[in-house]
Design a binder for this molecule. Structure first.
Ligand SMILES: CC/C=C\C/C=C\C/C=C\C/C=C\C/C=C\C/C=C\C=C\C(=O)SCCNC(=O)CCNC(=O)[C@H](O)C(C)(C)COP(=O)(O)OP(=O)(O)OC[C@H]1O[C@@H](n2cnc3c(N)ncnc32)[C@H](O)[C@@H]1OP(=O)(O)O
Ligand SMILES: NC(=O)C1=CN([C@@H]2O[C@H](COP(=O)(O)OP(=O)(O)OC[C@H]3O[C@@H](n4cnc5c(N)ncnc54)[C@H](OP(=O)(O)O)[C@@H]3O)[C@@H](O)[C@H]2O)C=CC1
Length: 294
């Protein structure tokens, strides 16, 4: 069986070619606000959305990185991309960015909460502040951005929120109590907000990836090492996923293709969490580590 898009595996560059699966007009003239849209999965989501007719805002902390990404995205898609500096832990920075978005584009239809922070660390070595930092970025950051976009636009116009979760905590894993707890909270938040904001015409869904190659998250969590050790053979689909596959899931949930779907968590991990062999500590041979930062 061939890969969906072989050129995508292991790279973080904009695609040079793209095969359409959905209608190219699926997001025509819509506007998406994507946190962490300057790298990894967020960058690919921005690219695929733009190829389907959408203008985007890509928002994170490093403006130089965002500016460079925005240039590439506009060149490859012919759509507008506005890079904006935010820290999802700081509501004021989000409010300013959403105001700027509405000034530039006059609307916002889609919010993708993709920004996150993660590293491998045993609980005994994890400082109180380290745990709090990951919760602040992943969970509070998702709430902060959702609340600001809802209050400034979605409440009166409707919209679609896609949270990027992870299946890594579904069975529990060593070295990941911070990220697993944060993503579990986000899955709960997805359902709560779907219920509360549904009557305003707002859908709230999530994509839950497994290991996705060509990303900072993959590198930080030992992806290349796991791959070299044959770890992915234990995943039912026997490989890591790629960024384009995650972007297609986000596109489905963001768009009218899923118009009667809300509160859903779309698992996109090759079946990894269903098997028992997805514990990083065992795979990487560091199960007994008690104090080291990894
Ligand atoms: C489902 C899986 C199935 C099968 C798996 C099969 C095989 C597995 C084999 C391999 C794994 C392969 C792939 C991975 C699979 C799944 C991945 C799942 C989830 C992935 C999530 C992500 O990828 S999130 C995105 C990753 N990118 C980033 O993290 C970039 C952004 N990060 C940051 O900005 C920082 O790293 C930050 C999060 C620390 C925040 O920065 P900042 O605000 O500047 O904070 P600091 O002041 O630097 O630090 C705050 C406190 O945190 C402590 N800290 C920092 N780094 C570490 C560390 N590495 N270890 C421990 N502690 C750390 C720091 O010391 C501060 O604490 P103090 O007490 O000192 O103040
Ligand atoms: N890669 C993988 O295997 C998996 C990834 N995921 C999820 O996918 C998403 C993307 O991860 P991935 O592409 O791997 O990693 P990246 O590191 O490339 O993406 C994380 C993005 O978040 C941004 N970001 C981090 N902290 C903040 C902050 N405080 N405020 C605003 N933006 C911030 C970063 O930009 P900057 O540093 O410039 O602020 C960066 O663009 C995350 O939600 C992650 O948890 C889930 C499962 C597996």
């Amino acid at each position: 069986m061939s890969e969906l898009l072989p050129e995508d595996v292991g790279t973080d560059d904009c695609l040079t070619s793209y095969t359409y699966i959905y209608s190219p007009d699926l997001l025509k003239d819509q506007v998406a606000f994507i946190t962490g849209g300057g790298s990894g999965i967020g960058l690919r989501i921005a690219e695929i959305f733009m190829r389907h007719g959408c203008d985007t805002v890509i928002a994170s902390r490093n403006l130089d990185k965002l500016n460079e990404a925005a240039k590439k995205l506009s060149a490859v898609s012919g759509r507008r991309c506005l890079p904006l500096c935010i820290d999802v832990r700081q509501p004021d920075s989000i409010m300013a960015a959403v105001d700027e978005t509405l000034k530039e584009f006059g609307r916002v239809d889609i919010l993708v909460n993709n920004a996150a922070g993660n590293f491998l660390c045993p609980a005994t070595a994890l400082s109180f502040n380290a745990f709090k930092t990951v919760l602040d970025i992943d969970t509070l950051g998702t709430f902060n951005t959702s609340k600001v976009v809802y209050e400034k636009w979605f409440k009166d116009h409707g919209g679609s929120i896609v949270n990027i979760s992870a299946t890594l905590g579904y069975r529990g894993q060593a070295l990941q109590v911070h990220a697993g707890s944060a993503k579990a909270a986000n899955d709960a938040m997805t359902k709560h907000l779907a219920v509360e904001w549904g009557p305003s015409g707002v859908r709230v869904n999530a994509v839950a990836p497994g290991p996705i190659s060509g990303t900072e998250g993959y590198r930080r969590l030992g992806g290349p090492r796991g791959e070299a050790a044959g770890a992915f053979q234990s995943i039912p689909l026997q490989r890591a996923g790629n960024k384009t596959e995650m972007a297609h899931c986000a596109l489905f949930l963001a768009s009218r293709a899923s118009s009667y779907t809300t509160g859903a968590i779309l698992v996109a991990d090759g079946g990894a969490w269903l098997t028992s062999a997805n514990d990083f500590s065992m795979l990487l041979g560091i199960a007994s580590s008690k104090s080291a930062k990894l």
